[in-house]
Design a protein around this ligand. Structure first.
Ligand code: ARG
Length: 378
C-alpha cells in the first residue's frame, strides 16, 4: 500500500488522501475478530482468521466479513445502541446480506423487498437489516439519502403554513428538484433517493404494497378518526452507517417495531412535527386558556391511547412504553449477567411520556460508546 502511494504524482494528493482515509484500521478489525470468536466459541481459534484479515488489509486496504461475522456485527451494533430501549431481542435481528448489490436500481429493489419482509403477513413485524456493500479504498458503497425508508413529505404552503411532516420540508424540496411531484397531502410517502457508489442518484417511488399504514382512531371518541391521522407501521432507519471491525457499511437500513409513544408523544405531538395536541384538546373540550388545566397532558394521553388502540386493531406489532421499560431493565440485567456493560443514554431511554412512572427513569446508565455500532457519518 505505502509504496504504491509514494509512486503517485503530486497532483494526485487528493486521491491519496481519500484512499488513506478509507483504508481501514487493522486494530479495529482485530478487536472485532477477537470479540466474534470470544462470543462464538464454535468458530474456534481466532489466529488463522486474524492472520488472514491482517494480510488482506495489507494487500487490499480492506477485508471481507464472513456471513457469520456480518450477522454477529449487525446484532452487536444493535446491542450497543445507547439510545434504543428495545434491545432485549437483539439476537433475533434478521440479517439480509446484499453485499453483491451495487446498482442504484438493485438497492431500491432490495429496500422494497426489505419492507415487505419486515412488515410480515398481517403486520407481524420482524426486526430486519439489509446490508449493502461497504466503503472500500477503490469505491464508496451506495447510500440511501432518506432518513428512513418510509417518511411523509412536508410542503410549505403559500401562507407560510406547512402541510405534512415539517421535519421533511427540506428533503421534500430536494426530491422536488430531482423531479418528484407529490400530491400535496399530509401523509404522502416520500420516494427513495439512492446514491450509488458511482453515478447519478436514482429516485424511486415505494409501491403501495410495501408501505403498511394504520389509520388512527380512538376506542371511545368516534370523532377522533375525523382528525385524519395515520402512521406507517415500520420505522426503518436508513441514514446510519453500520460500523463493524473498521469497515463501514454506509447503506444498511434496519427496522424494529414501534413503541406507541414515538408516534403519539413525538411524531404527532411535537410542536415542530404534526402538532396535534391543540387540535385534540379542542375536540375534547378542554380549557386551553391556562396551563394549569393540564390540557396538553390530557390530550397527550388520549392521543397515545388512540395510537396503541389503532395498531392493535390493525394487528400491527407495537409496544407500549411501560412494557418496553420493563423489558429494557430485563435486558440490562441479562447483559450484566453475561459480564458485559449495557451502555445507555438516559435522555433517550426514558420515554417522552410518563417518564417517572416507568422504572427506567429511576437510575443512571453507563453511556460509553462501543463498536460495532450504528453511527452518523453524514
Ligand atoms: N422514533 C423514530 C420514528 O418515530 C424511529 C426510531 C426507531 N424506532 C424503533 N422503534 N425501532 O420514526
Amino acid at each position: 500500500m505505502r509504496t504504491w502511494i509514494r509512486s503517485l504524482r503530486p497532483f494526485d494528493a487528493l486521491a491519496v488522501q481519500t484512499i488513506i482515509e478509507r483504508t481501514i484500521d487493522v486494530r479495529e478489525a482485530e478487536r472485532f475478530i477477537r470479540l466474534f470468536h470470544e462470543e462464538n466459541p464454535s468458530a474456534g481459534d481466532p489466529q488463522p482468521r486474524l492472520r488472514e484479515v491482517a494480510r488482506d488489509i495489507a494487500r487490499y486496504g480492506a477485508y471481507t466479513h464472513t456471513y457469520e461475522e456480518l450477522q454477529f456485527g449487525a446484532r452487536v451494533a444493535w446491542r450497543n445502541s445507547n439510545r434504543c430501549i428495545g434491545r432485549l431481542y437483539w439476537r433475533s435481528l434478521k440479517v439480509r446480506d446484499r453485499r453483491q448489490v451495487l446498482s442504484a436500481e438493485g438497492v431500491a429493489i432490495e429496500c422494497v423487498e426489505h419492507l415487505r419482509e419486515a412488515t410480515g403477513e398481517g403486520g407481524k413485524i420482524r426486526p430486519t437489516i439489509t446490508v449493502f456493500p461497504p466503503d472500500t479504498p477503490g469505491l464508496p458503497g451506495p447510500r440511501v439519502l432518506n432518513e428512513q425508508l418510509i417518511r411523509y413529505a412536508g410542503y410549505r404552503a403559500g401562507s407560510g403554513e406547512i402541510i405534512g411532516d415539517p421535519r421533511y420540508v427540506d428533503f421534500t424540496e430536494r426530491v422536488r428538484a430531482l423531479g418528484w411531484r407529490g400530491p400535496g397531502g399530509r401523509f404522502d410517502v416520500l420516494p427513495l433517493v439512492v446514491q450509488p457508489g458511482r453515478g447519478e442518484p436514482l429516485l424511486c417511488n415505494l409501491p403501495g404494497d410495501a408501505v403498511l399504514e394504520v389509520p388512527i382512531v380512538h376506542p371511545e371518541y368516534r370523532w377522533f378518526e375525523e382528525l385524519g391521522l395515520r402512521w406507517h407501521a415500520v420505522p426503518a432507519i436508513s441514514n446510519l452507517c453500520l460500523e463493524i471491525g473498521g469497515l463501514c457499511y454506509p447503506c444498511a437500513p434496519f427496522n424494529g417495531w414501534y413503541m406507541g409513544a414515538e408516534i403519539g408523544a413525538r411524531n404527532l405531538a411535537d410542536v415542530t412535527r404534526y402538532h396535534q395536541l391543540p387540535v385534540v384538546a379542542e375536540r375534547l373540550g378542554l380549557d386551553t386558556s391556562t396551563e394549569r388545566s393540564l390540557w396538553r397532558d390530557h390530550a397527550l394521553v388520549e392521543l397515545n391511547v388512540a395510537v396503541l388502540h389503532s395498531f392493535e386493531r390493525a394487528g400491527v406489532t407495537m409496544t407500549d412504553h411501560h412494557t418496553e421499560s420493563g423489558r429494557f431493565l430485563t435486558h440490562l440485567a441479562k447483559e450484566e449477567k453475561a459480564g458485559r456493560v449495557c451502555p445507555a443514554d438516559w435522555s433517550w431511554i426514558v420515554p417522552p411520556i410518563s417518564g417517572g412512572v416507568t422504572p427506567v427513569f429511576h437510575r443512571y446508565y453507563d453511556n460509553r460508546v462501543l463498536t460495532p455500532a450504528y453511527v452518523h457519518h453524514r
